[in-house]
Design a protein around this ligand. Structure first.
Ligand code: TXA
Ligand code: MG
Length: 351
C-alpha cells in the first residue's frame, strides 16, 4: 500500500484539507494525525474491521484497548454511560487537552477496540488539526500512538513514516507535537479517581478538581520484576524501548555527571558506541560518547516534547548503550520518568 503524506499549513487550515482523510476514515482506512501529545493512528472507532487494521499495522496485542478521540462533549454521552458528575467538571477544566477519561462504555463501542473491557478511554484533543480531522470524518476516532508496538511514540510525521510507511493509507503532517508525551489516563469507574498513566496534566492539577485521587499501583512501580498487574492493559508491555541498552543515573548533578563520564569512558575503551541523554544545563560536562540535550530543566516542555525524538535519534545513529540523567523531582517528572524507566527496562543506578 502507498502511504500518502499530506502536508498541512497550521497558519492556514481549511475544511477542505480534511476531505480526503475524512473519506478514508468512512471507508474503514487508517489515517495518522498529529495531536498535542503525540501522533495518533486513527480509524473509525465503531468499525471493528477498521480497528483490526490498527492492531495489524502496529503489531499491537489485541487485548490492549484503544482511546477514542472526540471533537465535542455530546460524543462523550454517545460513547459512555453512567457518567459521573466529576467527569463533566474534569472535561470543563482539561478538555480539549491531554486528559483521557476511562468510563463505562455504551453499546455502540465495539469490544474489538476495548480489548473486551466494559470500559472505554475518551479524549478530546486540543490540536486544531486533530479536531478538524475528527469533525471531517463524521466519526469517533479510535487511535493509539502512531508507532510500531514497543518503539518510542511518534511526535513528528517523519517518525510515523519510519514505523508505518506502506502499512497505513495516509499521514496528516502537522509538524512536531507540542507536548510530546501521551495523555494522562484517569480511571473514573471506581470509587476513587485513579491515574493509570501519568501525563502532562499532573496529579496535583487533577486533584484540584476531583478532591481525591490515587495512582494505580503499577504506575509507581520502579521494579523490573513487576508483581502488580497494571490496570491499563498497555502498561504491562515492553514500551518506548530504544534499540540500545539504556541506564538512568539518579543523584546530585555532579555525582551523575561523574558516574556517566566514568562508564562512558569504559564503554568507549571497549569500542562500544555510547549515547548520553543530557540537559542544556549539563551537556558541556560530558566528555565521552555522543551527547544530546533533551531540553532545559528551566522549561520542562522542552524536555517532554523531545524525549521520544532523542531516543529515536539514538536508534538512527546506532548507539549500543545510552546513559540518561534522571528527571525525578520536576513538575512533569512523573510523566517523563514513567516513559524513561520503561525505555530503560527499569535499570536505574543511584549515585
Ligand atoms: O495522548 C494519547 O493518549 C495518545 C494520542 C494519540 O491521543 N494515545 C495513546 O494511545 O497514547 P495508546 O494506545 O498508545 O495508549 C493508550 C493506553 C494504553 O496503555 C491502554 O492500555 C490504555 O490507554 N487504555 C485504553 N483504554 C483503556 C481502558 N478502557 N481501560 C484501561 N486502560 C485503557
Ligand atoms: Mg502507545
Amino acid at each position: 500500500m502507498r502511504t500518502v503524506v499530506q502536508q498541512l499549513d497550521r497558519k492556514n487550515l481549511k475544511e477542505e484539507d480534511f476531505f480526503v482523510a475524512g473519506e478514508l476514515i468512512r471507508k474503514g482506512k487508517l489515517v495518522a494525525f498529529p495531536t498535542e501529545t503525540v501522533y495518533g493512528l486513527g480509524a473509525d472507532a465503531c468499525n471493528p474491521q477498521a480497528s483490526k487494521q490498527i492492531y495489524l499495522a502496529k503489531g499491537r496485542p489485541c487485548d490492549n484497548p484503544l482511546i477514542v478521540h472526540i471533537a465535542d462533549i455530546f460524543s462523550l454521552e454517545k460513547l459512555t454511560k453512567e457518567i459521573p458528575e466529576v467527569a463533566y467538571r474534569l472535561a470543563e477544566h482539561f478538555w480539549p487537552g491531554p486528559l483521557t477519561m476511562i468510563l463505562k462504555k455504551s453499546d455502540i463501542v465495539p469490544y474489538e477496540i476495548t480489548g473486551g473491557l466494559e470500559t472505554v478511554g475518551i479524549r478530546m484533543p486540543s490540536d486544531p488539526i486533530a479536531s478538524m480531522f475528527i469533525k471531517a470524518s463524521k466519526r469517533y476516532i479510535a487511535a493509539p500512538s502512531a508507532n510500531s508496538s514497543g518503539r518510542p511514540s511518534t511526535t513528528r510525521a517523519e517518525h510515523v513514516i519510519e514505523d508505518l510507511d506502506g502499512k497505513i493509507d495516509m499521514i496528516l503532517d502537522g509538524g512536531a507535537s507540542t507536548i510530546g508525551l501521551e495523555s494522562t489516563i484517569l480511571d473514573l469507574t471506581g470509587e476513587i479517581p485513579t491515574i493509570l498513566r501519568p501525563g502532562f496534566i499532573t496529579a496535583k492539577q487533577l486533584k484540584q478538581v476531583t478532591k481525591i485521587i490515587q495512582y494505580d499501583k503499577a504506575v509507581l512501580n520502579r521494579n523490573k520484576k513487576l508483581t502488580v498487574v497494571a490496570k491499563a492493559p498497555g502498561m504491562k508491555y515492553k514500551h518506548y524501548a530504544p534499540k540500545a541498552d539504556l541506564t538512568i543515573y539518579e543523584g546530585s548533578s555532579k555525582a551523575v555527571i561523574d558516574a556517566i563520564n566514568r562508564e562512558a569512558k569504559q564503554q568507549e575503551l571497549q569500542k562500544r558506541k555510547v549515547g548520553i541523554l543530557a540537559t542544556d544545563e549539563t551537556i558541556s560536562e560530558y566528555l565521552y560518547g555522543i551527547v544530546k540535550s533533551v531540553g532545559t530543566r528551566e522549561n520542562e516542555i522542552t524536555i517532554t516534547s523531545s524525549l521520544f525524538e532523542r531516543l529515536r535519534e539514538f536508534d538512527t545513529i546506532g548507539v549500543e548503550v545510552i546513559y540518561a540523567e534522571s528527571f525525578d523531582g520536576m513538575k512533569h517528572g512523573q510523566a517523563v520518568m514513567n516513559r524513561l524507566l520503561k525505555a530503560a527496562g527499569y535499570q536505574i543506578i543511584k549515585v
